[in-house]
Write a protein that binds this ligand. Structure first.
Ligand code: GLC
Length: 565
């Protein structure tokens, strides 16, 4: 079937060291994972009570989205106290207990750090409002005078990622219209001024606080946004670029990059953080959420003295298409290897349409728009799940680290028909419903079919309504059931570990059918058929994993297999 061709990739590292190079990390979105208190919002005791399910799944670490004190205007990404737990999620003691339970099962724990902005309810911002223009307190954030005769126009034309202007005007203490402050996201999320050393010191303290408590690392929110270009010049994004700074593939466009994403100055910040992490025992890590294209530019975030991982969103955004996948895999290895870093694969998270739906959407769907009843090209759920499993089997066979998002191991689709009045994402509200936003991937996950809130809690409350039929995806329904998505994930993770795939080598094999990808890694041959036409399996193939039922000796469309080789 195949002739070997030159590979652009090499091997990734030595087993047993640098766990983050090969780890499979499970993202917990705490408000939707498990709700022990029964108030309809998940919490830390809920996570602790289900930690055995995660150990059983076979993951190496968990990353928790924010559970810190917050008014929850952006589901906790608006932090009002970086060193405490919001009462809706529990207490610091609950965190310690959860951490201990995870560690005792060999599961590492990464927390989310949100350094680009705080909540407007943070003491630092409240003090800045009270202290007035020109004060030290105002200098923590980006306050400017407005333009126009009476300062009635924003200081520049920047737009919020969530829609609408990126500036809001405050009322000064004496009740007069005052300065404007920058918020790249919601108006309740003022951006810090990272030119101010005071801000650096606060965040070093925050890192120490969590490192001293024993966390294994940080996922760094908006890691490409902290530093803004001097003078804050006007800028209009090119039409084809998405709202998070992606989509700029062409060098010329890259040169015209925005004045707020991917500024050189951010790297100095991470070098200082890395130095701090290196003073701690164990390998504590930093993972960048940086929507930066192209991949060789993203690779700057993972140079050896900066972060350890950066989500490979270029891969996430690639369609289910052999040629596009092959290109992005090659580009990834080339870019990350050039700085000695692993690629950090990911297909779903709390910001994107779940891949069990996304891979079957038939119209353009820019990141952040979400899906709703009026969206174009709505996915066929059967095709979506089939492709999602095939895409997962492909991803988990690739050397490097991988993140999986809670519920994908259950095959959860995006919830498309959430009632308008239930939607909570600021994107939905700031665009008056023009963009659905991200609620559809955040619906509380099902544990048991016939329990209140599908086992999310015992009261039946749920901060976003679960759709009818959600119980069919419940973990208890899939556990031990041959062919279920849950058992498929468990098997893939076990085989990945057994074959040490994460640290393995990688070699493409040529296949006659352009819609089929074939590669070899660590005693495995992986075949992914992204087309619709079945192709023969190699003679005598020993199938170790299949993302769907096989039809005799053929590999059907939208299916991936791992073969012993
Ligand atoms: C990141 C988070 C997203 C949040 C935004 C602002 O992109 O993943 O959920 O809304 O930052 O903090």
């Amino acid at each position: 079937m195949a002739t070997e061709i030159t590979t652009t990739t090499g091997t990734h590292g030595t087993p047993g060291s640098e766990w983050w190079r090969s780890a499979v990390i499970y993202q917990i979105y705490p408000r939707s994972f498990a709700d022990a208190s029964g108030d309809g919002i998940g919490d830390l005791p809920g996570i602790t009570s289900h930690i055995d399910s995660l150990a059983e799944l076979g993951i190496d670490a968990i990353w928790l989205s924010p559970f810190f004190t917050s008014p929850q205007n952006d589901a906790g990404y608006d932090v009002a106290d970086y060193c405490d737990v919001d009462p809706i999620f529990g207490t610091l003691d609950d965190f310690d207990r959860m951490l201990e339970e995870a560690h005792s099962r060999g599961i590492r724990v990464i927390v989310d750090l949100v350094p680009n902005h705080s909540s407007d309810q943070h003491r630092w911002f409240q003090e800045a409002l009270a202290a007035g223009p020109g004060s030290e307190e105002r200098a923590r954030y980006i306050f400017r005078e407005g333009k126009g005769a009476n300062g009635e126009l924003p200081p520049n034309n920047w737009e919020s990622v969530f829609g609408g202007p990126a500036w809001s005007r405050i009322e000064e203490a004496d009740g007069t219209p005052g300065q404007w402050y920058l918020h790249l996201f919601d108006s309740s999320q003022p951006d810090f001024d990272w030119n101010n050393r005071w801000v650096h010191e606060q965040f070093l303290d925050i890192l120490r606080f969590w490192l001293d408590r024993g966390v294994d690392g940080f996922r760094v929110d908006v890691a490409h946004g902290l530093v803004k270009q001097e003078g804050l010049p006007d800028w209009t994004p090119p039409a084809e670029s998405n709202s998070m700074g992606g989509g700029l593939e062409d060098e010329a466009e890259e040169a015209a990059l925005s004045p707020y994403w991917a500024q050189e100055g951010v790297h100095e910040i991470y070098r200082e953080w890395r130095d701090l992490l290196n003073t701690y025992e164990g390998e504590r890590v930093l993972c960048a959420e940086a929507w930066v294209d192209p991949l060789h530019k993203l690779a700057k975030w993972v140079r050896s003295d900066e972060m350890h991982q950066a989500f490979n969103f270029g891969y996430l955004e690639t369609k289910w298409d052999a040629s596009a996948l092959r290109t992005v895999i090659d580009d990834s290895y080339e870019a990350f290897h050039s700085v000695g870093a692993p690629s950090t694969w990911v297909l779903s998270n709390h910001d994107v349409v779940r891949h069990a739906s996304r891979l079957a959407v038939t119209a353009d769907n820019p990141q952040g728009d979400g899906l709703g009843p009026r969206s174009k090209g709505l996915p066929d759920p059967v095709i979506g799940l089939r492709r999602a499993r095939a895409a997962t089997a492909l991803m988990l066979a690739l050397p490097g680290s991988a993140y999986i998002y809670q519920g994908e191991e259950l095959g959860l689709p995006e919830v498309i028909d959430l009632p308008d009045e239930a939607r909570q994402d600021p994107t939905w509200h700031r665009t008056n419903g023009e963009r659905y936003g991200r609620d559809g991937c955040r619906v509380p996950i099902p544990w048991e079919a016939d329990a209140p809130a599908a086992g999310f809690n015992t009261t039946g409350e749920s901060w976003l309504p679960q759709p009818s039929g959600w119980g069919a995806f419940a973990r208890a329904e899939q556990r031990g059931v041959e062919g279920s998505t849950l058992e498929f994930y468990r098997r893939a993770l076990a085989l990945r570990k057994e074959h040490n795939v994460g640290l393995g080598s990688f070699t493409w094999l040529q296949h006659d059918e352009p819609e089929v990808l074939v590669f070899r890694t660590e005693g495995l041959t992986v075949m992914a058929n992204t087309g619709a036409t079945p192709v023969p399996l190699p003679e005598g193939a020993d199938v170790l994993l299949a993302s769907a039922d096989l039809d005799g000796d053929t590999l059907p469309g939208d299916t991936t297999v791992w073969l012993a080789s």
